[in-house]
Ligand binder design. Structure first.
Ligand code: F0G
Length: 370
């Protein structure tokens, strides 16, 4: 029988804050591929999978949380939503708000927003304000705006975002049959590591949905265990690693250019409860992992999305990676969001296309076929 993936709310309704009467706002997010990464698997002598979140409708994992946040906002009578963003949240909020018929305002830091993400927010008709400050300043303003004016905040400090994003962990377990040994992912505002850890925990024990109107009764555990969580910040924006906020965060991985993560404590809890770590990776390590993913695994991501892979390669080099394990790495956003990095050679020079005349012999020669 024909079946189309119905989006994360309908697929996981029994574990989300919705009831039968909820009007679901969805673009069909989730159900993203879990792809085996053969070159990484060979490197670590184990089984490495990447959860390719660039395959969501707006090209990042944010859609999992946004379907839930916008659905809840509509249920509560919202007319307008606001978010602060390094780009992906704004693209996602703008798309889901449009589908729901809400107005959407986004606050982005000065410069440093990838062009693809800006275009998305504008294409979907959001009011985009560039704030004279960094992401942390934007979030501060967005929070105050939502406290004092009739707009709903859809950043990951909104618990509905975390609820939606926890479905990433559910999908991994559903695909593999159990939780992996390790789960790795980039950390910026720290909502996603919080969400994955919540998802893995809830799937590993009997669960009763606390939401009023949700089906009553206890659901059985789905997994037998939870993974060790490894999170990676960019070295120039690594407040959790340093143990203090960074006032002027800087990294080419603009999506995670964040100096004071909103879910700081929850990220530390995920780390500590799972026996994991939160570490940093340099911009060079991020770009090398970005190149590894595209050139060796066939997966094109934006730079920030490669931070988890950079972390695995780094810790393999440090001798911290045991063999024979199963690793899942969330790669958070699509390479087409911010494609310029692929057009740089490893030495920093620009990649130039080789020019040829429109002549089959010349083309064959250029391809080394003659
Ligand atoms: N990867 C990408 C591609 C992101 O866009 C983000 C966050 C992260 C990783 C980090 O996730 O914040 O949950 O720890 N982007 C936010 C935004 C901040 O505004 O789009 P996190």
């Amino acid at each position: 029988m024909a079946h189309q993936w119905r989006g994360v709310i309908r697929e996981y309704a029994d574990r989300l804050p919705v009831s039968e009467s909820t009007r679901v706002v969805t673009l069909g997010e989730g159900g993203t591929p879990l792809i085996e990464a053969p070159a990484l698997s060979r490197l670590v002598e184990g089984e490495v999978w990447v959860k390719f979140e660039g395959m969501n409708p707006t090209g990042s994992f944010k859609d999992r949380g946004m379907t839930m946040a916008i659905t809840a906002a509509v249920e509560q009578g919202a007319k307008a939503v606001v978010c602060a963003s390094t780009g992906n949240t704004s693209a996602s909020a703008a798309a889901y708000a449009t589908q729901a018929g809400l107005t959407c305002a986004v606050l982005v830091p000065e410069g440093k927003i990838a062009m693809g993400k800006l275009s998305q927010a504008i294409a979907h008709g959001a009011t985009l304000l560039q704030v004279d400050g960094n992401f942390d300043n934007c979030l501060d303003v967005a929070r105050k705006l939502s406290e004092n004016y009739p707009v709903f905040l859809v950043n990951s400090v909104n618990p509905n975002r975390i609820e939606g994003q926890k479905t990433g962990a559910f999908e991994v377990v559903d695909a593999l049959g159990d939780a992996p040994d390790y789960h790795l992912l980039p950390v910026g505002n720290a909502g996603n590591i919080t969400a994955y850890w919540k998802g893995y925990r809830e799937y590993s024990q009997p669960y009763t949905n606390p939401h009023p109107g949700a089906p009553a009764g206890e659901l059985p555990a789905v997994s037998t265990r939870t993974p060790v969580m490894w999170g990676f910040q960019a070295a120039g924006a690594a407040p959790i690693v340093l143990g203090h906020p960074v006032t002027d965060p800087d990294t080419l991985a603009t999506a995670i250019r964040i100096g004071n993560p909103a879910s700081w404590e929850q990220a530390e809890a995920a780390r500590d409860e799972s026996g994991g770590l939160i570490d940093s990776v340099t911009d060079e390590e991020i770009l090398a992992a970005h190149r590894w993913l595209s050139a060796k695994e066939g997966v094109f991501v934006e730079p920030a999305s490669a931070a988890g892979v950079a972390g695995l390669i780094k810790h393999h080099g440090l001798g911290n990676v045991p063999t024979g394990k199963r690793w899942v790495i969330t790669v958070t956003g699509h390479g087409l969001k911010d494609p310029q990095w692929a057009l740089r050679n490893a030495d920093g020079s620009d990649v130039e296309p080789q020019r040829v005349p429109f002549d089959v012999v010349a083309v064959a020669e250029a391809l080394g076929l003659s």
